[in-house]
Design a protein. Structure first.
Length: 285
C-alpha cells in the first residue's frame, strides 16, 4: 500500500493506473477510521481493481475551531487497518498541499438550492461549502469510477449527488447504509470521545428513533418530530439540536407520510455532537 502526501505524486500514480485500464474506487475520509469506514473500504476494494482512500481533516468544513482541534487523528493506526482490508493507495495531504492560502478564507461558491438551508446547513453555516470544496477537489484528483459515502451523513450525501450533477463529474456515487454498534449507536469517529457513561446515554438516540417508527401510523410527521425530541431531551446529558422529518430527496419538511421520509437528528451528548437518521416509509434502516 502506498501512502502519498503530494497531489503531484497522486496524479502520477493515478495516471499509471488509468493507463493500465484499472478501475478506481475512492473512499474520502477524515481518518480516525472505525467499522463504518471499514465497510465502505471493503466494498470499494471488492467492486474496483484499485481502492484509494483519502485521509484529510478538512479545515474548511469545520465552523468550530475547538471541534477541528479535537477531531481525532491517528494516521499510523488508520494506515495499518487500510492495508489489512485491501486499500492500495492512501492520500494523506497536509492542509497547505490541498489549499492555497486564499481558499482557506474565501467561501467556496456552489449553488446548493434549498439543500443547505436546513439541518446541518442551518446549524453549521459554511460546513457544506467546505465539504463540496474538498470533495470536488479530491474527485478531480483521484478521478475514480465510483466513490463511496455513508448514509449517516444523509444531507451530505444529497449534496454530493447534486454536486456531481451540477459539476458534471464523471463518477458514480455509491450510497452505503449506516453501520451501527450492537447497541444501535451509529458508528462515528466522534464516539471515541464519549466516556462509558456518555456512550450509554448516546445509545438512547437510536432506541428512540427506532421506536418512533412504530408510531408513524398513529402520529403526523410534525407530532412524531415533537415526540422524538421530547423523549431524547428527557435523557439527562442529551440535548437535541434538531430533529427534522424531511423528504429524502428535497430535504424539506414533510407534512404527510405520503412522501418518502427520513428523520435526521443532531444531539449533543455532553460536548460531543452526534448525528443519526432513520427512514420511515421503507423497510430498511
Ligand atoms: O464525511 C466525511 O468524513 C467528510 O465530510 C468528507 C466526505 C471526507 C469530506 O471531508
Amino acid at each position: 500500500m502506498k501512502i502519498i502526501k503530494s497531489k503531484k505524486e497522486l496524479q502520477s500514480e493515478i495516471g499509471i493506473l488509468k493507463a493500465s485500464g484499472k478501475s478506481i474506487g475512492f473512499v474520502p475520509t477524515m481518518g480516525a477510521l472505525h467499522t463504518g469506514h471499514k465497510s465502505l473500504v471493503e466494498r470499494c476494494a471488492a467492486e474496483n481493481n484499485v481502492c484509494v482512500v483519502s485521509i484529510f481533516v478538512n479545515p474548511t468544513q469545520f465552523n468550530n475551531t475547538e471541534d477541528l482541534e479535537k477531531y481525532p487523528r491517528n494516521l499510523d493506526q488508520d494506515a495499518e487497518l487500510l492495508e489489512s482490508i485491501g486499500c492500495q493507495v492512501v492520500f494523506a495531504p497536509e492542509s497547505n498541499e490541498m489549499y492555497e492560502p486564499q481558499e482557506l478564507t474565501a467561501p467556496f461558491d456552489f449553488d446548493f438550492g434549498q439543500l443547505d438551508k436546513v439541518m446541518e446547513g442551518k446549524y453549521r453555516p459554511g460546513h457544506f461549502n467546505g465539504v463540496v470544496q474538498v470533495v470536488s477537489k479530491l474527485i478531480q484528483l483521484v478521478q475514480p469510477d465510483k466513490a463511496y459515502f455513508g448514509e449517516k451523513d444523509f444531507q451530505q450525501l444529497a449534496i454530493i449527488h447534486r454536486m456531481v450533477k451540477l459539476m458534471d463529474l464523471k463518477v458514480e456515487i455509491v450510497d452505503c447504509p449506516i453501520v451501527r454498534e450492537p447497541s444501535g449507536l451509529a458508528m462515528s469517529s466522534r464516539n471515541a470521545r464519549l466516556s462509558e457513561a456518555d456512550r450509554k446515554k448516546a445509545e438512547e438516540i437510536y432506541k428512540v428513533l427506532s421506536e418512533s417508527r412504530n408510531f408513524a401510523a398513529l402520529l403526523s410527521p410534525i407530532e412524531l418530530t415533537q415526540w422524538v425530541e421530547e423523549l431524547i431531551d428527557l435523557v439527562p446529558g442529551l440535548e437535541v439540536e434538531y430533529y427534522e422529518i424531511v423528504n429524502t430527496s428535497t430535504l424539506q419538511t414533510v407534512y404527510s407520510w405520503s412522501e418518502p421520509s427520513v428523520g435526521c437528528i443532531a444531539v449533543y451528548c455532553g460536548d460531543v455532537r452526534l448525528i443519526d437518521n432513520i427512514r420511515y416509509n421503507t423497510i430498511d434502516n
